[in-house]
Design a protein around this ligand. Structure first.
Ligand SMILES: C[S@@+](CC[C@H](N)C(=O)[O-])C[C@H]1O[C@@H](n2cnc3c(N)ncnc32)[C@H](O)[C@@H]1O
Length: 333
């Protein structure tokens, strides 16, 4: 695929001035004006040859330009803030109509509208390559990745067509947790949830000062490539529940978190789960490898099959079962 030179365009700074696109705090808008950085993000996504690319949160279009320059034939963008539509339309015009522009909230967006079935029936025979790229606010990117991991695992939405790769930005500390390997103190439930489904890479970090206005934190670029087979072959929500409880006391022995899967008057179930899964009760959660977590999930499922109702049991009360989709602070994950 040959790179495409776009006709001379106003700079991103000029676009912002021209269309009066002052950053809105309530939408956590922090823009990248340096096209060398936006090109670096797109290069981190790897080869986009033959891909259908989707950009979430294009804003004034710095990353959008870099994607178009890479010579792809099909780019869909979803932006919540209507003020960016004219600038995006300008990019569509100069690129020869390669873009489809959607105005909406990606968290409420139906991925089936983005890749509609009737237009893509031919894809059943030869699955398309899809790559989603985005520099979104952190309070959007974290719930989004959880939704997409679930879609990946259950092969719903765009994921029914095949493998969808993602290149997204996160707060640097969250990016580091996503890739944290076994024995790394930063390993948490997000590390396990990402790594049992994907090959995850933290490509590089951008200092917060490179954005306008600058956020208080640095930003990590993370690429997710779905594995051909998930490392744990069980429903996503079951895996999520076990992993959430195992990491409930992240710094303590794993038996403490596992005990929260069961009513307090049934401690024998915790002992059974650990011994059948061949996991030492004293192991700290960050020391567990995916094979051990896989065994814990399978044993938990077997115990639930024998004790109907247990699967719905939540430690003390629902509010203690942290719902990470709604967790405000990504660092709580
Ligand atoms: C951090 S800015 C990045 C803008 C641009 N991609 C860049 O790198 O300069 C995030 C962008 O995502 C948009 N956005 C925020 N929440 C969104 C949502 N829920 N759905 C779609 N876009 C969203 C914002 O309006 C903004 O344009």
């Amino acid at each position: 695929m040959s790179a495409q030179r776009l006709p001379p365009l106003p700079t991103i700074k000029e676009i912002i001035r021209l269309y009066k696109l002052r950053a809105r705090k309530q939408l956590s808008q922090n823009f990248l004006l340096d096209l060398n950085l936006t090109r670096k993000i797109v290069r981190a996504a790897g080869s986009l040859e033959g891909h259908h690319v989707c950009e979430v949160g294009p804003g004034p279009g710095g990353i959008t330009r870099a994607i178009l320059e890479s010579g792809i034939a099909d780019l869909r963008v979803i932006e919540k803030d209507v003020r960016f539509m004219p600038g995006l339309q300008l990019l569509n015009d100069v690129s020869g109509g390669k873009m489809r522009i959607f105005n909406g909230d990606i968290l409420r967006f139906n991925m089936d509208d983005l890749f509609p079935t009737e237009a893509t029936q031919a894809w059943d025979d030869s699955p398309p390559k899809i790559h989603i790229i985005g520099n979104l606010p952190f309070n959007v990117s974290t719930p989004l990745i959880i939704n997409w991991l679930e879609a990946m695992s259950e092969r719903t939405s765009a994921w029914k067509y095949g493998r969808v790769k993602l290149t997204l930005t996160f707060q640097k500390e969250v990016a580091e947790r996503m890739v944290a390997p076994i024995l790394n103190r930063q390993r948490c439930r997000l590390s396990v949830m990402c790594q049992y489904l994907c090959y995850v890479q933290h490509k590089f970090t951008i200092p917060g000062t490179s954005f306008v206005p600058p956020p208080d934190v640095d930003v990590g670029i993370v690429k997710f490539v779905p594995l051909k087979q998930p490392k744990i072959a069980l429903p996503f929500r079951l895996v999520e529940k076990v992993v959430r409880h195992v990491f409930h006391f992240r710094q303590k022995m794993c038996k403490r978190g596992i005990a929260t899967l069961f009513p307090p008057d049934q401690p024998a179930l915790t002992r059974e789960m650990l011994s059948t899964a061949d996991v030492s009760p004293d192991t700290r959660p960050f020391m567990l490898d995916i094979a051990e977590i896989d065994r814990l999930c399978h044993v938990y499922k077997d115990i639930c099959d024998r004790h109907p109702g247990l699967i719905d049991y939540n430690y003390r009360s629902a509010e203690n079962a942290l719902d990470w989709r709604r967790a405000k602070l990504p660092l709580n994950i």
